[in-house]
Design a protein around this ligand. Structure first.
Ligand SMILES: Cc1cc2nc3c(=O)[nH]c(=O)nc-3n(C[C@H](O)[C@H](O)[C@H](O)COP(=O)(O)OP(=O)(O)OC[C@H]3O[C@@H](n4cnc5c(N)ncnc54)[C@H](O)[C@@H]3O)c2cc1C
Length: 381
């Protein structure tokens, strides 16, 4: 889609906004309270998203996705990230590494995923490998008709419920990182996936992170994703776009919190004046306002580069992710402060914004990893 029509973007934006505000936002409190999400309800909502034509909105046409422009995808993300982390999964933001699927894998695996009948997650991180994927210890040994995998993974989103787990494993110890790893499409119900555990964590309630062991797990040749030795490339296919999603999540909670804080400051009184008339509150509101707009500008700049197929997109996505995730923590802290004691209570989503914001400085590449990329780029000869 090359011609971007402003009215078309507005239509998509409005339709996602209606779905998010009417169908998802009312569910936030119960998910937060129980730290769980009813799977039948989740599947029902995903089907509604399929019917609306938005499920898998980030996938290109060649893999069966809607092939939306980066600009329209951004409009969807901006509306979607108004809601909480588990609920913003309902529109099916899917791993772009699926574009490496063969024709046969597309009809067998991707088509049911796009109909929201099956789900998928990716598993890179291990106890000895997070930022540094050179530390991956999960190994795949070639055997007749397939591979035998052995190792472990942790902090994996939705592994306990996903039908497919994209597992990164070493297939050539002697090769450099870019040739050393292969991605395997592993069914969660494979008898070699054992010891599934769920982490207790600070925020992102209702969005589960799991660890599991891969114990002599047979994966047939037809379930290798892309080329043997091409695992790093396949997994990295998503990373810049995932960083934009993450940046939008930070922007979403910061903007919503800021709006709520402004509304509160217009009605709450202290020392005979509205909060909005106290300069200390005005300073916090101004800092929130500027930082939110700066994050939005960095995200929009990155998307303009993606739209132009400009390789600068990579660094622009890192800048947007770094700034937005750190901004989300600062803004949600000030928002909570403006609300005073009420901000600390779970009656309002303000304390959730504060807890949820923290995760975005770690997932999809930590702030330090973004800084390293940005500095390397700035200092290159
Ligand atoms: C909410 C959440 C969801 C996640 N979902 C998934 C998922 O679905 N799939 C998946 O595979 N993983 C997932 N992860 C894991 C995530 O990708 C890793 O936690 C992240 O990459 C960091 O790796 P690590 O935890 O091993 O930290 P480490 O790599 O051990 O880093 C520890 C600290 O050291 C810093 N550091 C490391 N190297 C350097 C360096 N060279 N210079 C300066 N500082 C450095 C890091 O920035 C960090 O602050 C998730 C994590 C979270 C928190």
């Amino acid at each position: 889609m090359s011609d971007i029509d402003a009215s078309e973007i507005e239509m998509v934006r409005q339709s996602v906004r209606d779905f998010v505000r009417n169908r998802l936002v009312p569910l936030e409190d119960e998910i937060e309270r129980t730290d769980d999400i009813d799977l039948d309800l989740l599947n029902k909502l995903k089907k509604e998203a399929v019917d609306l034509g938005f499920y898998g909105f980030n996938l290109p046409l060649e893999i069966g996705g809607p092939g939306l422009s980066a600009t329209i995808q951004l409009a969807i993300l901006e509306e979607l990230t108004y809601t909480s982390v588990p609920l913003s999964e309902v529109l099916g933001y899917l791993p772009l590494s699926l574009t490496f699927c063969s024709g046969e894998q597309r009809s067998r695996i991707v088509d049911p995923i796009l109909r929201a009948e099956k789900t998928v997650t990716y598993a890179l991180t291990e106890p000895n490998a997070g930022s540094d994927l050179g530390g991956v210890r999960t190994r795949a040994q070639k055997v007749d008709g397939g591979w035998r995998l052995k190792g472990s993974k942790h902090f994996i989103s939705h592994a306990e419920t996903a039908d497919y787990i994209l597992v990164l494993a070493v297939t050539d110890d002697s090769a450099l990182l870019k040739k050393k790893l292969t991605t395997f499409i592993v069914e969660r119900k494979n008898p070699g996936i054992v010891g599934m555990t769920r982490y207790r964590k600070m925020g992102w309630r209702g969005y589960h992170l799991n660890g599991f062991t891969i114990d002599d797990c047979f994966v047939p040749d037809e379930d290798v994703l892309g080329e043997v030795g091409g695992g790093f490339l396949a997994m990295m296919a998503s990373i810049n776009h995932d960083r934009i999603f993450s940046a939008c999540r930070s922007l979403g909670l910061a903007s919503r919190g800021h709006q709520m804080a402004c509304d509160y400051a217009r009605e709450r009184r202290a020392f005979g004046a509205l909060l909005r008339d106290h300069q200390a509150i005005q300073m916090m509101v101004a800092d929130n306002d500027v930082e939110i707009e700066a994050a939005r500008a960095l995200i929009h700049r990155a998307i303009a580069l993606a739209e132009a197929n400009d390789p600068e997109f990579r660094i622009a996505a890192s800048r947007a992710k770094l700034y937005s995730s750190e901004m989300g923590c600062r803004v949600s802290d000030r928002v909570l402060q403006i609300f005073g004691g009420m901000g600390y209570m779970s009656e309002l989503p303000v304390e959730r914004f504060y807890r949820d914001a923290r995760g975005f400085r770690i997932g999809e590449g930590t702030s330090e990893m973004q800084r390293i990329q940005i500095a390397r780029n700035a200092l290159a000869d």
